[in-house]
Each structure stands twice: as structure tokens, then as C-alpha cells.
Design a binder for this molecule. Structure first.
Ligand SMILES: Cc1cc2nc3c(=O)[nH]c(=O)nc-3n(C[C@H](O)[C@H](O)[C@H](O)COP(=O)(O)O)c2cc1C
Length: 416
């Protein structure tokens, strides 16, 4: 990750005076600013030292006094106020270990992406050298706007991490992607970023993510609703633990590709197979989290299929390459192979069959249609079935936590 590490507290005037973790909470002018109060409270409750910097717009939604009371520290808003002589942007930037902006408006995402510095929060962002976590919140149309998507991509490439937005009811009454992540989920992300995870240094991890798409004609295809989130979380977590990661992914919904991780986009199962087989000889670990189409049309039409004069249409399908099986067959000693199984049948039986037929070390099995069924959901109930040892059922939890649990297993397999 292209992340600059914060130095220990060395600011003059912003005292630390203890070894609590130092979180700078940026609050910007969205309706979700009121939920940042809950986040501030959770952070303080979990033992963090919290300072808050607000934009002028944010103060229209929540008074700085609320955050000052919750955190027990003055709130920074005006870069040219009475304490301007202390150059608060530099002091706060040096003081903080982690800068979380929640909510992050479309406006502030644009400012950060463009490196603007015309008020305190964005100036502090430039003066800050640690890890940045963004919790965007906005109307669905705003979140999908190409300018916002592009700004998120740029920030992500620079190493910023994102949490949310989630899907839910917006302040404007619509339902869609846009509400800020739950404060508890933001806290979870912060905790994960603060935990110096390791154990994968010098290891190369190849992850597949997302659906594959098999075209029937130039405008129609066979695919599935995979969002790629599970693979993305695995790639992110492996990188965080020190691995050299490569992500081969099918077409993804949203803009959440992890920054600083090499990624190869593909469309079809055949292309994913070729990308994986090219990269597998150098990988220590393969994690196949992509939802690969098992079948593809034998003869995709070069022209758009017309309905005129037809009462129906029969498509002839053939098997597409079995990537996990090919990786299992080509595996070299010491390589760890992990597959995902999405099943409607009996999970354990199906997972064990898959372990044997693919020569995998671990199958991560999901039940379709069960509570927390995987597609598009951020919380996820799964069964970990190892080739050796007892299976373990994980309760519904975030995909980031599932990724952590899978990588813990992978680590013990690598340590052998
Ligand atoms: C009632 C109201 C609610 C708003 N909610 C949001 C929001 O949820 N997300 C967002 O990006 N902008 C929202 N805006 C627009 C921002 O407040 C506006 O872009 C402002 O310039 C952001 O300033 P800041 O990024 O400096 O805080 C809202 C505006 C109003 C009046």
C-alpha cells in the first residue's frame, strides 16, 4: 500500500501525554454528521484519544460543542481562528496516527482527491502522513456520479481506505447505496487498521474476485450477482498482513478496488483462467473467491440476436475452464490452495467433495439463501472446511472479518 506512516506524537501544543491511540476524526457537512457523534463516543469508549476537525458546513449540522464534550478536547474548525498561530493543521497532522473522515461528503472527496487546501480539514489532510479512512455518505445518484467514482479511485490508489457507504434508507427518503457505514463498523475498521497485522511478509498471494461474464451476443450475457467484495477484502487483508498480493477480478460493481494492490481485470472465465495460470507459478497462496461461470455459450453470436420470427431460443452451453481444479492439479509443494463454494445442498458434504476433487487445502462454504447469503451482503455466515482438521462454522460477520479468519487458516497452513 502506498501509505505513509505517521510518526509518534511529537506535536507541540497538542498533548498526547499517554500511550492511547490517537485518532483524528474529520466531520464534513452531510446529514450523517450526527452519526459521527456516536462514532466519537465509541472511539472514546474504546480507549482512543480523539480530536475532531470539522468543516464549516459540518457545523451547520452538529455544533462543535457536542464533539468537544464527547471527546473532552477542543474542536478545530477555523484555520484562521484565535489558535491559528499554532498552525493547527500541522500539529493535528503530526499528532494523529489515523485520520478518519466520517461522514465524507462528495465535496470533501473531491477536495482530497485534488489536493486542495482551502480550509482546515483539507489542509490537515495534506499535512498528515498516516493512514486515511474515509466513510462516504451521500445520495445514491451522487455516489454513482462518475466524478465521485473517479475521486474515490484516485484516493484509493493513494492508499486511502474506505468503509461504506452501505445500502439503506437515505435522508431524502430514497433507498439505495449512500448512507454512512454504521459507526460500529467504522470502529471495527479503525481497530483493524491500528492492529499491526503481519505474518505474510515475503508471501505472494493470488486472489480472484467478482463474477465472470459470458457473452451470448454483443449485448447479452450469462453471469451472476457477485459484487467481488469477498475477494477484495481478502486481497486487502492479505496486503495488510504484509503479503505481495495480486487480484484478478471480473467486472465489479462499485469503485472499491483496494489501492496499491496490482489488479488484472478480466471478463470471461476463460480470461480469468488464463490470467490465473500465468500468475500461479509464482504464488505461495491461491484464493479463488470469484464466482466463475461454470458454463458458457458454445457459439456466441457476433450479431445481436433478433426476436423477430422466433418463438423461443435454445442456447447450447459448454463447460468453461475449472480454475480451482486447474490450480489444484498444477500445485507445487508448499503452495496453499483455497476455494469458495456456494451451495444450495448440504454444505459440509458438498465442501468435502470439492476439497477432494479440486485438491484444495481449504474450502470456504456459503449457503445460498441462508441468513447472510453472500451476494451483495456485507455480513456473511460461512463454514471453513479444511482438508485436514475439523470444520469451523463462523457466525454472520463482516466480510472483512471473514477475510481475517480465512487468512488465519492460510497462515497456519503456510507454517505447516
Ligand atoms: C440538508 C443537507 C444535507 C446534505 N447532505 C449531504 C450528504 O449527505 N452528503 C454530501 O456529500 N453532501 C451533502 N450535502 C451537501 C454538502 O453540505 C455541501 O456539498 C457542502 O459544501 C459540503 O461541505 P464540506 O465538504 O466542506 O463539509 C447536504 C446539504 C444539505 C443542505
Amino acid at each position: 500500500m502506498l501509505v505513509r506512516k505517521a510518526s509518534p506524537a511529537r506535536a507541540v501544543g497538542v498533548s498526547s501525554g499517554n500511550d492511547r491511540r490517537r485518532i483524528l476524526l474529520g466531520v464534513t457537512g452531510g446529514i450523517a454528521a450526527y452519526r459521527a457523534c456516536e462514532l466519537a463516543r465509541l472511539l472514546v469508549k474504546s480507549g482512543k484519544e480523539v480530536r475532531v476537525v470539522m468543516t464549516e458546513a459540518a457545523t451547520k449540522f452538529v455544533a462543535p460543542l457536542t464533539f468537544a464534550t464527547l471527546t473532552g478536547a477542543p474542536v478545530a474548525v477555523d484555520g484562521f481562528g484565535p489558535s491559528a498561530w499554532k498552525m493547527e493543521h500541522i500539529e493535528l497532522g503530526r499528532w494523529a496516527e489515523l485520520f478518519v473522515i466520517a461522514p465524507a461528503t462528495a465535496d470533501v472527496l473531491a477536495k482530497l482527491a485534488g489536493g486542495e487546501a482551502d480550509e482546515l480539514l483539507s489542509t490537515t489532510h495534506l499535512a498528515f502522513e498516516g493512514e486515511l479512512l474515509l466513510a462516504p455518505a451521500m445520495n445514491t445518484a451522487m455516489w454513482r456520479h462518475p466524478a465521485v467514482v473517479e475521486n474515490c479511485r484516485r484516493l484509493s490508489e493513494r492508499g486511502a481506505r474506505f468503509v461504506g457507504p452501505r445500502e439503506g434508507e437515505l435522508a431524502c427518503g430514497e433507498t439505495g447505496v449512500g448512507p454512512m457505514a454504521e459507526p460500529s463498523d467504522i470502529l471495527e475498521e479503525i481497530e483493524s487498521m491500528l492492529t499491526a497485522a503481519s505474518g505474510f511478509e515475503g508471501r505472494r498471494v493470488l486472489v480472484t474476485a467478482g463474477p465472470t461474464v459470458e457473452y451470448i451476443d454483443p449485448v447479452r450475457y450469462l453471469s451472476n450477482p457477485s459484487t467481488g467484495l469477498m475477494g477484495i477484502e481478502l486481497a486487502r487483508e492479505a496486503a495488510r498482513r504484509g503479503a505481495e498480493v495480486c487480484l484478478v477480478h471480473g467486472p465489479l460493481a462499485g469503485s472499491g478496488l483496494p489501492g496499491g494492490i496490482p489488479a488484472e481485470p478480466v471478463v470471461s472465465a476463460q480470461q480469468m483462467y488464463e490470467a490465473v495460470m500465468r500468475r500461479i507459478p509464482k504464488a505461495d497462496v491461491f484464493i479463488g473467491a470469484a464466482a466463475v461461470s461454470d458454463f458458457r455459450p458454445v457459439r456466441p453470436s457476433a450479431e445481436k440476436l433478433k426476436k423477430e420470427g422466433k418463438r423461443g431460443l435454445t442456447l447450447e452451453l459448454e463447460r468453461s475452464p475449472d480454475i480451482l481444479q486447474a490450480v489444484g492439479r498444477a500445485r507445487r509443494p508448499g503452495q496453499v490452495v483455497v476455494g469458495f463454494a456456494l451451495e444450495t445442498g448440504e454444505l459440509l458434504t458438498e465442501a468435502r467433495k470439492k476439497l477432494a476433487s479440486k485438491r484444495a487445502d481449504l474450502i470456504v462454504a456459503n449457503a445460498v439463501g441462508a441468513e447472510g447469503a453472500p451476494f451483495g451482503s456485507s455480513s456473511h455466515s460461512i463454514l471453513l472446511v479444511p482438508a485436514r482438521g475439523e470444520p469451523a462454522r463462523l457466525p454472520p460477520q463482516s466480510k472483512r472479518r471473514v477475510a481475517g479468519a480465512v487468512l488465519d487458516r492460510v497462515k497456519s497452513l503456510l507454517d505447516g
